[in-house]
Design a protein around this ligand. Structure first.
Ligand SMILES: Nc1ncnc2c1ncn2[C@@H]1O[C@H](COP(=O)(O)OP(=O)(O)O)[C@@H](O)[C@H]1O
Ligand SMILES: [Mg+2]
Length: 340
């Protein structure tokens, strides 16, 4: 393969990437992007291009990495010790792939704690969102809710001054009923926006409330089954599970056209794991999307981030009700007795 010129669009683009990129041809560096130069202590202008590979990695560890990457079921992001300019070594994680046509190896490299940074930023983002929602929920509940109550009271006073036989009397009663329904809806929306509270049993309570809301206000057949003890689920974990459930129900209606949703909390037999499933009777996922390769939109991406934050896993498939099934598993707190 002809090496690409330094200012090729591909190289210019690679210099914008935060992961390190290294391309080698035999035992020579054909390309290293700016991020990798920084990780190894080189200034991006002091080009490593054309340098012997030994300058950036010990021969033996490179051979190990290549052997591992050639294995049929190679795992990405293996640890690798790279050589720093200051003669020290630096631990990175590497995803190595071979470009079959040219025989070149292409490596992506991350600092060993990049995953933790990612987790930190997910956590901050979701915590910010949660705080915003809570503030809006409080405003809705306090400001709008109490305004509506005040208006209803004013109407009672007007109503008292009108003879019951007067045609306006019954109109006022109608308006009061409308205000009452609006106040109820406001409370419902505000409750749905509020995080699961910090009290024993709060997760189950919040899910029960969610089920009632969907049943009564939106006419969906919704059921919650609880098998096991979920009193000890911390509020932060409960809030993530609650939001995953909300999004799954929204998706069931929006994409699946479902008329029924079953939510189940249970304990995974023989494992220190809790399980939450949300299953619908809609059209289900398209065959191609049903496996782990489901890319998803922002709903599924944020559900995945939430599952990571509770050190759990999330999967999407089609369940026995015919529609989509979302399965979340997360570890029980240490000391939680194994379930029945
Ligand atoms: N319950 C479901 N039934 C059918 N398809 C679904 C369901 N949930 C998700 N999907 C599919 O997964 C895609 C991604 O969902 P999501 O990440 O929530 O994004 P969005 O709802 O914004 O499209 C949907 O567009 C849909 O094709
Ligand atoms: Mg969605």
């Amino acid at each position: 393969m002809q090496p690409l010129p330094e200012d090729s669009p591909l190289h210019l683009a690679a210099d914008l990437v935060e992961d390190g990129i290294l391309i080698t041809d035999g035992l020579r560096v054909t390309y290293a992007n700016a991020a990798l130069h920084r990780m190894l202590g080189y200034s991006p202008v002091a080009s490593l291009h054309g340098a012997p590979l030994q300058r950036v990695v010990q021969d033996a560890s490179w051979q190990v990495a290549v052997t591992r990457a050639s294995a049929a079921r190679a795992k990405p992001w293996q640890p690798i010790r790279m050589l720093h300019k200051s003669a020290g070594t630096t631990l990175l994680r590497m995803h190595l792939v071979r470009h079959a046509a040219s025989g070149c190896w292409v490596a992506m490299l991350r600092t060993a704690d990049a995953g933790r940074h990612q987790q930190g930023s997910d956590e901050r983002l979701l915590a910010d969102l949660e705080a915003q929602q809570k503030a809006i929920a409080n405003d809705l509940h306090d400001a709008l809710g109490s305004d509506l109550a005040a208006i209803a009271l004013m109407l009672v006073q007007i109503q008292d001054q009108i003879a019951p036989a007067h045609p306006l009397h019954s109109r006022i009663v109608q308006v009061r009923e409308r205000i009452h329904t609006t106040a109820q809806n406001t409370r419902r929306v505000s409750r749905g926006m509020q995080a699961v509270r910090d009290a024993p049993g709060a997760l189950v309570h919040a899910l029960e409330q969610l089920v009632v809301d969907w049943q009564e206000f939106r006419g969906l057949h919704c059921e919650l089954q609880v098998e096991g003890d979920f009193d000890g689920v911390p509020a932060a974990v409960g809030t993530h599970l609650y939001r995953i459930t909300q999004e799954a129900i929204n998706n069931a209606l929006q994409h699946g056209g479902a008329t029924a949703v079953l939510i189940r909390l249970s304990e995974v037999p023989g494992q220190q794991l809790h399980e939450l499933t949300i299953e619908d009777n809609g059209r289900g996922l398209q065959a191609a999307a049903s496996a782990d390769n489901l890319e998803g939109g922002s709903g599924i991406r944020s559900a995945r981030a939430r599952a990571r934050l509770i050190h759990g896993t999330i999967g999407y498939d089609n369940g026995p009700l015919g529609g989509c099934r979302v399965t979340v598993r997360w570890p029980r707190p240490p000391g939680d007795p194994a379930g029945a």
